[in-house]
Design a protein around this ligand. Sequence first.
Ligand SMILES: Nc1ncnc2c1ncn2[C@@H]1O[C@H](COP(=O)(O)OP(=O)(O)OP(=O)(O)O)[C@@H](O)[C@H]1O
Ligand SMILES: [Mg+2]
Length: 252
Amino acid sequence: VKLGVVGKGGVGKTTASALLAQAYAGRGRRVVAVDTDSNPNLGLSLGLTLEQTEAVPVLPRSLVVGARGDVTSGELLAEYGRPASAGVTLLSALRVADAGAGCTCGGHATVRSLLGEALADHADVTLVDMEAGLEHLSRSGGTLAAADVLLVVMEPSTKSVVTAARTRALAEELGIPRTLGVGNKVHLPTDAELLAAACAEHGVELVAVLPHDEAVAEAERRGQPVRLDRDAALGRAIDRLVDLVDDVERSS
Ligand SMILES: Nc1ncnc2c1ncn2[C@@H]1O[C@H](COP(=O)(O)OP(=O)(O)OP(=O)(O)O)[C@@H](O)[C@H]1O
Ligand SMILES: [Mg+2]
Protein backbone atom coordinates (compact mmCIF):
# COMPACT_ATOMS: atom_id res chain seq x y z
CA VAL A 1 0.00 0.00 0.00
CA LYS A 2 1.15 3.55 -0.71
CA LEU A 3 0.22 5.90 2.09
CA GLY A 4 0.59 9.65 2.31
CA VAL A 5 0.49 11.23 5.77
CA VAL A 6 -0.63 14.85 5.46
CA GLY A 7 -2.15 17.63 7.53
CA LYS A 8 -1.69 21.02 9.06
CA GLY A 9 1.66 21.93 10.65
CA GLY A 10 2.37 20.35 14.02
CA VAL A 11 -0.64 18.04 14.18
CA GLY A 12 1.53 14.92 14.50
CA LYS A 13 2.28 13.70 10.97
CA THR A 14 5.83 12.65 11.78
CA THR A 15 4.81 11.01 15.04
CA ALA A 16 1.98 9.09 13.35
CA SER A 17 4.28 8.10 10.48
CA ALA A 18 6.88 6.72 12.87
CA LEU A 19 4.26 4.78 14.85
CA LEU A 20 2.60 3.40 11.71
CA ALA A 21 5.97 2.36 10.28
CA GLN A 22 6.70 0.43 13.47
CA ALA A 23 3.24 -1.14 13.49
CA TYR A 24 3.55 -2.35 9.90
CA ALA A 25 7.09 -3.62 10.46
CA GLY A 26 5.85 -5.45 13.56
CA ARG A 27 3.47 -7.32 11.28
CA GLY A 28 6.35 -8.42 9.12
CA ARG A 29 5.75 -5.92 6.32
CA ARG A 30 8.68 -4.30 4.59
CA VAL A 31 8.30 -0.58 5.09
CA VAL A 32 9.87 2.27 3.17
CA ALA A 33 9.35 5.53 5.04
CA VAL A 34 9.93 8.70 3.04
CA ASP A 35 10.68 11.97 4.80
CA THR A 36 9.68 14.89 2.57
CA ASP A 37 10.20 17.57 5.15
CA SER A 38 12.82 20.13 4.15
CA ASN A 39 13.75 20.07 7.82
CA PRO A 40 13.83 16.29 8.15
CA ASN A 41 13.32 14.58 11.49
CA LEU A 42 11.47 11.35 10.77
CA GLY A 43 14.80 9.60 11.28
CA LEU A 44 15.00 10.88 14.85
CA SER A 45 11.46 9.72 15.54
CA LEU A 46 12.39 6.29 14.18
CA GLY A 47 15.38 5.97 16.47
CA LEU A 48 18.33 7.18 14.43
CA THR A 49 20.78 9.49 16.13
CA LEU A 50 21.12 13.07 14.98
CA GLU A 51 24.35 12.19 13.15
CA GLN A 52 22.73 9.22 11.46
CA THR A 53 19.72 11.29 10.46
CA GLU A 54 21.91 13.99 8.99
CA ALA A 55 23.95 11.37 7.16
CA VAL A 56 20.95 9.94 5.28
CA PRO A 57 21.68 10.96 1.69
CA VAL A 58 19.08 13.22 0.14
CA LEU A 59 17.42 11.85 -2.98
CA PRO A 60 18.58 13.61 -6.13
CA ARG A 61 16.08 16.10 -7.49
CA SER A 62 13.87 15.37 -10.48
CA LEU A 63 14.93 11.76 -10.68
CA VAL A 64 12.80 9.49 -12.85
CA VAL A 65 12.39 6.19 -11.07
CA GLY A 66 11.46 3.11 -13.05
CA ALA A 67 12.70 0.49 -15.45
CA ARG A 68 13.10 3.05 -18.23
CA GLY A 69 14.04 5.99 -16.01
CA ASP A 70 17.27 7.12 -14.38
CA VAL A 71 17.27 4.40 -11.72
CA THR A 72 15.12 1.43 -10.78
CA SER A 73 13.41 1.55 -7.41
CA GLY A 74 15.75 -1.21 -6.22
CA GLU A 75 18.83 0.80 -7.14
CA LEU A 76 17.35 3.87 -5.50
CA LEU A 77 16.69 2.04 -2.23
CA ALA A 78 20.12 0.42 -2.23
CA GLU A 79 21.86 3.73 -2.76
CA TYR A 80 19.77 6.16 -0.73
CA GLY A 81 17.82 4.02 1.74
CA ARG A 82 19.07 3.67 5.30
CA PRO A 83 17.82 1.15 7.85
CA ALA A 84 15.96 2.94 10.63
CA SER A 85 14.03 0.91 13.19
CA ALA A 86 13.65 -2.85 12.56
CA GLY A 87 12.10 -3.54 9.17
CA VAL A 88 11.94 0.13 8.18
CA THR A 89 14.06 1.72 5.46
CA LEU A 90 14.24 5.49 5.53
CA LEU A 91 14.51 7.73 2.48
CA SER A 92 15.10 11.43 2.80
CA ALA A 93 13.65 13.38 -0.09
CA LEU A 94 14.39 16.98 0.75
CA ARG A 95 16.72 18.92 2.89
CA VAL A 96 17.33 22.59 2.80
CA ALA A 97 20.98 22.58 3.73
CA ASP A 98 21.99 26.07 2.78
CA ALA A 99 20.06 29.28 2.60
CA GLY A 100 19.14 30.31 -0.90
CA ALA A 101 19.39 26.81 -2.33
CA GLY A 102 16.17 27.30 -4.26
CA CYS A 103 12.83 25.60 -4.12
CA THR A 104 12.32 21.94 -3.34
CA CYS A 105 10.03 21.15 -6.28
CA GLY A 106 12.65 18.85 -7.80
CA GLY A 107 12.72 16.73 -4.67
CA HIS A 108 8.96 16.43 -4.78
CA ALA A 109 9.17 15.35 -8.41
CA THR A 110 11.46 12.50 -7.37
CA VAL A 111 9.01 11.35 -4.70
CA ARG A 112 6.15 11.51 -7.20
CA SER A 113 8.12 9.35 -9.58
CA LEU A 114 9.06 6.93 -6.80
CA LEU A 115 5.44 6.52 -5.72
CA GLY A 116 4.28 6.09 -9.29
CA GLU A 117 6.72 3.26 -9.78
CA ALA A 118 5.55 0.08 -8.09
CA LEU A 119 7.92 -0.58 -5.19
CA ALA A 120 6.23 -3.95 -4.76
CA ASP A 121 9.42 -5.94 -5.21
CA HIS A 122 11.07 -4.07 -2.37
CA ALA A 123 8.39 -2.80 -0.04
CA ASP A 124 4.96 -3.81 1.15
CA VAL A 125 4.22 -0.39 2.57
CA THR A 126 5.48 2.95 1.28
CA LEU A 127 4.72 5.68 3.75
CA VAL A 128 5.31 9.34 2.94
CA ASP A 129 5.57 11.79 5.84
CA MET A 130 4.55 14.94 4.03
CA GLU A 131 5.72 18.44 4.70
CA ALA A 132 2.86 20.62 5.99
CA GLY A 133 1.04 22.66 3.37
CA LEU A 134 -1.26 21.99 0.47
CA GLU A 135 0.81 22.87 -2.59
CA HIS A 136 2.06 19.30 -2.90
CA LEU A 137 -1.47 18.20 -3.66
CA SER A 138 -1.99 20.76 -6.38
CA ARG A 139 -2.33 19.56 -9.93
CA SER A 140 1.08 20.87 -10.88
CA GLY A 141 2.81 19.50 -7.77
CA GLY A 142 0.88 16.34 -7.19
CA THR A 143 3.64 14.64 -5.21
CA LEU A 144 1.15 12.17 -3.80
CA ALA A 145 -0.86 11.59 -6.98
CA ALA A 146 0.00 7.89 -7.00
CA ALA A 147 -0.87 7.27 -3.34
CA ASP A 148 -3.60 4.74 -2.60
CA VAL A 149 -4.68 6.30 0.67
CA LEU A 150 -4.14 9.69 2.26
CA LEU A 151 -4.22 9.86 6.02
CA VAL A 152 -5.00 13.42 6.95
CA VAL A 153 -3.98 14.05 10.54
CA MET A 154 -5.91 16.56 12.62
CA GLU A 155 -5.77 17.76 16.17
CA PRO A 156 -8.92 18.81 17.95
CA SER A 157 -9.05 22.25 16.36
CA THR A 158 -11.34 23.72 13.74
CA LYS A 159 -8.38 24.95 11.71
CA SER A 160 -6.86 21.53 11.37
CA VAL A 161 -10.24 20.06 10.34
CA VAL A 162 -10.75 22.80 7.76
CA THR A 163 -7.26 22.05 6.43
CA ALA A 164 -8.26 18.39 6.21
CA ALA A 165 -11.39 19.29 4.25
CA ARG A 166 -9.33 21.30 1.76
CA THR A 167 -6.87 18.45 1.53
CA ARG A 168 -9.64 15.99 0.74
CA ALA A 169 -10.98 18.16 -2.06
CA LEU A 170 -7.51 18.46 -3.64
CA ALA A 171 -6.89 14.74 -3.23
CA GLU A 172 -10.11 14.00 -5.08
CA GLU A 173 -9.05 16.24 -7.94
CA LEU A 174 -5.74 14.41 -8.09
CA GLY A 175 -7.58 11.09 -8.24
CA ILE A 176 -6.34 9.67 -4.94
CA PRO A 177 -8.92 6.97 -4.13
CA ARG A 178 -9.36 7.49 -0.39
CA THR A 179 -8.73 10.26 2.13
CA LEU A 180 -9.18 9.17 5.72
CA GLY A 181 -9.24 11.54 8.68
CA VAL A 182 -7.15 10.71 11.74
CA GLY A 183 -7.60 12.70 14.94
CA ASN A 184 -4.49 13.01 17.10
CA LYS A 185 -3.52 14.40 20.51
CA VAL A 186 -7.06 13.79 21.61
CA HIS A 187 -7.94 14.11 25.27
CA LEU A 188 -10.91 11.82 25.62
CA PRO A 189 -13.83 12.18 25.60
CA THR A 190 -14.48 15.93 25.22
CA ASP A 191 -11.99 16.44 22.39
CA ALA A 192 -13.25 13.36 20.61
CA GLU A 193 -16.77 14.75 20.51
CA LEU A 194 -15.56 18.14 19.35
CA LEU A 195 -13.48 16.57 16.62
CA ALA A 196 -16.27 14.28 15.42
CA ALA A 197 -18.66 17.21 15.21
CA ALA A 198 -16.17 19.36 13.27
CA CYS A 199 -15.41 16.49 10.87
CA ALA A 200 -19.12 15.91 10.25
CA GLU A 201 -19.63 19.60 9.61
CA HIS A 202 -16.75 19.85 7.13
CA GLY A 203 -17.24 16.51 5.41
CA VAL A 204 -14.13 14.75 6.64
CA GLU A 205 -14.35 11.00 7.22
CA LEU A 206 -12.95 10.45 10.72
CA VAL A 207 -11.69 6.86 10.93
CA ALA A 208 -9.32 6.93 13.88
CA VAL A 209 -8.80 8.85 17.07
CA LEU A 210 -5.27 8.75 18.47
CA PRO A 211 -5.17 9.84 22.09
CA HIS A 212 -2.77 12.34 23.55
CA ASP A 213 0.03 10.25 25.01
CA GLU A 214 2.27 11.61 27.73
CA ALA A 215 5.07 9.16 26.84
CA VAL A 216 5.16 10.59 23.30
CA ALA A 217 5.30 14.14 24.61
CA GLU A 218 8.03 13.19 27.08
CA ALA A 219 10.08 11.41 24.39
CA GLU A 220 9.90 14.56 22.30
CA ARG A 221 11.09 16.70 25.21
CA ARG A 222 14.04 14.38 25.75
CA GLY A 223 14.84 14.02 22.06
CA GLN A 224 14.10 10.31 22.15
CA PRO A 225 12.41 8.23 19.45
CA VAL A 226 8.70 7.49 19.61
CA ARG A 227 8.09 3.91 20.53
CA LEU A 228 4.99 1.94 19.61
CA ASP A 229 3.63 0.58 22.89
CA ARG A 230 0.90 -1.97 22.25
CA ASP A 231 -0.18 -1.84 25.89
CA ALA A 232 -1.00 1.85 25.65
CA ALA A 233 -4.19 3.31 24.21
CA LEU A 234 -2.20 5.08 21.48
CA GLY A 235 -0.53 1.85 20.37
CA ARG A 236 -3.87 0.06 20.21
CA ALA A 237 -5.39 2.89 18.20
CA ILE A 238 -2.50 2.70 15.72
CA ASP A 239 -3.02 -1.05 15.40
CA ARG A 240 -6.70 -0.54 14.65
CA LEU A 241 -5.80 2.07 12.04
CA VAL A 242 -3.48 -0.42 10.32
CA ASP A 243 -6.33 -2.98 10.30
CA LEU A 244 -8.65 -0.39 8.80
CA VAL A 245 -6.20 0.58 6.04
CA ASP A 246 -5.76 -3.14 5.28
CA ASP A 247 -9.55 -3.42 4.90
CA VAL A 248 -9.71 -0.38 2.65
CA GLU A 249 -6.93 -1.84 0.50
CA ARG A 250 -8.64 -5.22 0.23
CA SER A 251 -11.97 -3.70 -0.71
CA SER A 252 -10.51 -1.49 -3.45
N1 LIG B 1 -0.47 11.46 20.32
C1 LIG B 1 0.35 12.41 20.81
N2 LIG B 1 0.43 12.63 22.15
C2 LIG B 1 1.22 13.60 22.64
N3 LIG B 1 2.01 14.39 21.90
C3 LIG B 1 1.99 14.23 20.56
C4 LIG B 1 1.16 13.23 19.94
N4 LIG B 1 1.36 13.30 18.60
C5 LIG B 1 2.26 14.29 18.40
N5 LIG B 1 2.62 14.85 19.57
C6 LIG B 1 3.57 15.97 19.74
O1 LIG B 1 3.14 17.05 18.93
C7 LIG B 1 4.28 17.75 18.38
C8 LIG B 1 4.18 17.77 16.88
O2 LIG B 1 4.26 16.44 16.40
P1 LIG B 1 4.93 16.09 14.99
O3 LIG B 1 6.30 16.64 14.88
O4 LIG B 1 4.74 14.64 14.77
O5 LIG B 1 3.96 16.93 14.03
P2 LIG B 1 4.09 17.21 12.48
O6 LIG B 1 2.70 17.29 11.96
O7 LIG B 1 5.00 16.22 11.85
O8 LIG B 1 4.77 18.65 12.48
P3 LIG B 1 5.38 19.43 11.22
O9 LIG B 1 4.22 20.04 10.51
O10 LIG B 1 6.27 20.44 11.86
O11 LIG B 1 6.12 18.42 10.38
C9 LIG B 1 5.50 17.01 18.91
O12 LIG B 1 5.96 17.66 20.06
C10 LIG B 1 4.96 15.63 19.25
O13 LIG B 1 5.70 14.99 20.28
MG1 LIG C 1 6.72 16.51 10.65
